[in-house]
Design a protein around this ligand. Sequence first.
Ligand code: ATP
Ligand code: MG
Length: 356
Amino acid sequence: MSSMPNSIARVNRYEGNATVSTTPYRPDESTARKLERAQTSFLETIVGRRGGLRSILSQVEAVAPTNATVLITGETGTGKEVIARAIHELSPRRSRNLVKVNCAAMPAGLLESELFGHERGAFTGAVNSHIGRFALADRGTLFLDEIGDLPLELQPKLLRVLQEREFEAVGSMRTIQVDVRVVVATNRDLRQMVQDGEFREDLYYRLNIFPLSLPALRERKADIPEFVTYFVEQFATSMDKVIETIPEEAMRSLVRHPWPGNIRELQNYVARGVILSTDGVFQPAPPEKCEPAPVEIRNPTLEDKVRREILVACQRANWQLGGPRGAAARLGLKRTTLFHKMKRLGIRRPADDLQD
Ligand SMILES: Nc1ncnc2c1ncn2[C@@H]1O[C@H](COP(=O)(O)OP(=O)(O)OP(=O)(O)O)[C@@H](O)[C@H]1O
Ligand SMILES: [Mg+2]
């Protein structure tokens, strides 16, 4: 019988001198007792656990076994969802559901019935009753992603369920009690939103019990080689390719790049590089030049803050101002308002073409 083809790709040789750890993650003893094998193996998939994420993960280990609400913040693609999952996996709730809801994905009415469920006939089109995500997450964890986009009119209802652990489905008089651990994430500045009257202060304080702020990839450049080798192996395996070498110059240019889209952008970039690589060498095109990440200013004026927020939103939206994923929508502004603010602050698109 012929032997099975070996489709497991391995990165055998990386010519650079950045150290890439191959030792499995070993939590300290007291934590280890709390964790079972499955949990540890989840942590092993987290890149940077011994580098830029070390302190975040020790906070995750501390908060996971409790029922405390966790607020995860960080730019797009920094791994907020990965951390939300880690909190669930390391908690006693791990054998129950981890239910996710994206608060930015739908209008308020639909979101309310998605979260809390509805009775049959509660509104036009409600042919059947519908069980909401809070009920589905009973005794488990509910991950509310993009919480900064939760419409103002739904905020009191969320506050109530967090405080009283009870709610009513849309169109129902019956109060439902639940035992749900809530983890929320956002890339928006909730404190600023409170000041601008866009987010309820009471809800903000109720969510901000245990904040975790994830670093941008450019602030943890030392982790980039580990990410690259991890993603190269992952994609090579799934594409049934063998990649043996990552040339040092390729790695250096990846470490230098600012990665405004953070880990997700790097991941997509590596996937493209693996598809195009031949002869077992990972030789991606140098990452495209992009606007440098907006610099943090020491004592920013209000104008600096607004300028920075607009720049970040524009870069994330690829300088598209209008449309549902455009910068104006991200900032919660009308496109024309954004256009005037940009003009006043002297912000110009790289293409210098603001006529859309
Ligand atoms: N520490 C990590 N180790 C391995 N993979 C990671 C890590 N962090 C993030 N990733 C991967 O990077 C991608 C982006 O992560 P994730 O979706 O958690 O980011 P996010 O902060 O929720 O982004 P967004 O704000 O755009 O929703 C995912 O494919 C995820 O698996
Ligand atoms: Mg996310």
